[in-house]
Design a protein around this ligand. Structure first.
Ligand SMILES: Nc1nc2c(ncn2[C@@H]2O[C@H](COP(=O)(O)OP(=O)(O)OP(=O)(O)O)[C@@H](O)[C@H]2O)c(=O)[nH]1
Ligand SMILES: [Mg+2]
Ligand SMILES: [Zn+2]
Length: 299
């Protein structure tokens, strides 16, 4: 077999950067069908007379974080081979509960750890109710402030040995966390817009930062919403851990917990043991995925 193996540390459209034996190479993929993302392990060839390597193959991925595109039922892969999804949130901009649930669900279905990072604790150290609710379901929560430098040791402990992807709304401080944990990383940080206190979409590409060969952190552009493209053959309720625990009691093994008789999830909802907010998130995601499944495959 010719060529060498490298790790993709940045992807911008069809170009990117890979790392092999401590050296970074700009690359282009060989052929239009090869869609390389950050976190991919790839085979590549150096080209005589060119500084740009040619990626010839993507090694099999252990998983792929993917979102649905608006006009297609095909998923767009954002990152590959990840072990932890970190939902960064803050008092400002205020959390979007639906987005948090979708990220938690995605982590469950990818078989990843899910970590909540409540940043900007200098502006308010009590996590919003949706964040506290997720923590109550057993997801670890770290309260931090990159501005005041607190909570960063605990965050570093939770990230050690993992390939983590930082996700969340624009302006919550994902890139600030990278800079706080990896001095010299030089991730670009942007302000909040003065009118709306929303983020200004500063990060535009997925980039990987590493503290050693086992701890890696991927920065991603902030999102307003996110509909995961889910691996085939999985039930959505597996992504909502408290519902999945209840689902064992449903009369039908393939119960979707909508209108089926003998549904233990609906019974728990009626009895107040299941959060109406979480159930609503599940229903909305189920509907969004059903709508997407009707779309053409697209490009
Ligand atoms: N008060 C306070 N502000 C912070 C803290 N961490 C980050 N910020 C500010 O939040 C703003 C946004 O930070 P970024 O790190 O660019 O946010 P981001 O999540 O990477 O945003 P996008 O790249 O747009 O998705 C900047 O003005 C930061 O200075 C914090 O702990 N406290
Ligand atoms: Mg950023
Ligand atoms: Zn059910």
């Amino acid at each position: 077999m010719t060529g060498r193996t490298g790790l993709v540390v940045a992807a911008y459209g069809r170009r990117g950067l890979l790392e092999a034996d401590g050296t970074r190479w700009p690359f282009i993929p060989k052929g239009r069908g090869l869609r390389v993302v950050c976190g991919d392990r790839v085979r590549f060839e150096a080209r005589p007379g060119s500084e740009v390597a040619l990626v010839t193959r993507i090694e099999p991925r252990s998983n792929a974080l993917a979102r649905l595109q608006e006009d297609s039922r095909r998923g767009e892969v954002i990152a590959a081979n990840i072990t932890q999804l970190v939902a960064v949130c803050a008092p400002l901009p205020a959390p979007e509960p639906l987005l948090l649930d979708r990220h938690a669900c995605t982590a469950e279905l990818l078989g990843c750890r899910f970590l909540l990072a409540w940043n900007k604790s200098d502006l308010g150290d009590q996590p919003a109710s949706s964040v506290a609710e997720l923590a109550g379901l057993g997801y670890p929560l770290v309260v931090a402030s990159t501005r005041e430098g607190c909570g960063l040791d605990e965050l570093a402990r939770q990230l050690a040995g993992q390939t983590s992807v930082l996700v969340g709304q624009s302006g919550v401080g994902k890139s600030s966390i990278i800079n706080a944990l990896f001095p010299g990383a030089g991730a670009t940080v942007g302000g909040l817009s003065t009118g709306t206190a929303m983020g200004t979409h500063t990060t535009t590409a997925v980039l990987m930062y590493a503290s050693d060969s086992t701890t890696r952190l991927l920065d991603t552009p902030g999102v307003r919403d996110f509909t995961p493209a889910l691996p085939g053959g999985q039930r959505l309720d597996q992504g909502f851990r408290e519902m999945y625990a209840l689902a064992a009691g449903c009369r039908f093994g393939d119960c979707r917990h909508l209108h089926e008789p003998g549904c233990a999830v609906k019974a728990a909802l009626a009895g107040g043991q299941l959060s109406a907010r979480r159930y609503d998130s599940y229903c909305r995601l189920l509907a969004a995925l059903a709508t997407a499944a009707q779309r053409p495959v697209g490009r």
